[in-house]
Design a protein around this ligand. Structure first.
Ligand SMILES: [Zn+2]
Length: 325
């Protein structure tokens, strides 16, 4: 593969399939295609659709393509190139995805899970450019993450490094998908944000509830999600800010723990968190400063992720560029 080769990034997400051609030297997305995932078609249809998208990209590019990187939304054995499990689509358990894609496209192919891929993508092409070590925290439907140390993805001894969502930050707190109580994910992921906002609205006196910008945005208490909460908080809605401050207290504790364990140059927040208003980011940073190790307050650097919906495609390309162990 020459330095001028383009790379194909394939992103198998829970709701969409995306494929793109990345120019690694320029950090540009040259072309991309997207289609919704059809869960009833299982792994077979998803793979066939993705290969069709990749071939279409290759056929339409005059440049040389040097390799394929796959970003998969679920646990994988990266060294073996095998998917371990998918929580969204049937038929993926034990699937040798890297070998199948590599054989079909005739290109060297590597596989990684989506949080690790996004971490590498932000480090190489996005908000983390220029940093040596970076922690990535994805706050979305769940909370995941990844660690890049001195330019290399750190997977850990069992591939579990960067699973920040399951750090317990409040013992005895709400039950998490992992079965324990008080994990960061159970307190601060998108669904937890929505739940905490709805609970606060339900408990508020009617005159406060009825004036809430969350309610105005969503139409009803039942329709309030994390998006209405952060939107209303950015507008200065008192109740929304109260709820968000409580959530940020939990999130800040999680972030302070990550900073203590990893000591990165930069912590990048991705997922829905990347869209938060700058005022909310400043508020979260203040929260982290109040709970971090005393003396480290001024070392803290938080940044929203920069790659948005293309993070998975860039993640694929970044995986290919990762030095092999
Ligand atoms: Zn958990």
């Amino acid at each position: 593969m020459s330095d001028r080769s383009l790379l194909i990034g394939l992103d198998f997400g829970g709701t969409k399939l995306a494929a793109g051609l990345v120019d690694p030297a320029r950090g540009d997305l040259v072309a991309s295609v997207r289609r919704p995932t059809e869960p009833e078609g299982g792994a077979t249809l998803a793979l066939a659709t993705m290969l069709e998208m990749a071939r279409e990209l290759v056929a339409n590019t005059p440049g040389e393509v040097g390799g394929v990187g796959i970003n998969f939304g679920g646990p994988v054995d990266a060294a073996a190139g095998v998917v371990l499990q998918s929580h969204h689509v049937a038929g993926w358990d034990g699937f040798p995805l890297a070998a199948r894609v590599g054989a079909a496209l005739g290109l060297p192919t590597t596989l990684e899970n989506d949080a690790n891929g996004q971490a590498l993508a932000e480090w190489r092409f996005g908000a983390g450019r220029g940093s040596r070590s970076m922690a990535y925290l994805n706050v979305g439907t769940g909370i995941g993450g990844g660690i890049v140390l001195e330019g290399r993805l750190w997977r850990g001894a069992h591939g579990m490094a960067g699973e920040f969502g399951h750090m317990v930050v409040r013992p005895g707190g709400p039950v998490c998908t992992c079965g324990r109580g008080g994990c960061l994910e159970a307190l601060a992921a998108g669904p937890a944000m929505g739940r905490r906002a709805r609970a606060a609205l339900a408990a508020a006196p009617p005159e406060i509830r009825d004036r809430s910008a969350m309610l105005r945005r969503a139409g009803s208490v039942a329709a309030v999600t994390g998006r209405e909460l952060t939107g209303a908080a950015a507008d200065g809605d008192t109740l929304a800010l109260e709820v968000l401050d409580a959530i940020f207290a939990d999130l800040a504790l999680g972030i302070a723990n990550i900073l203590s364990g990893v000591d990165p140059d930069l912590l990048v927040l991705g997922g829905g968190a990347a869209d938060w208003a700058p005022t909310l980011f400043a508020r979260l940073l203040e929260g982290v400063r109040t709970v971090c190790l005393p003396g480290t307050e001024n070392q803290i650097a938080l940044s929203p992720a920069a790659l948005g919906a293309d993070a998975g495609i860039f993640g694929g390309a970044a995986i290919v560029l990762q030095p092999r162990a």
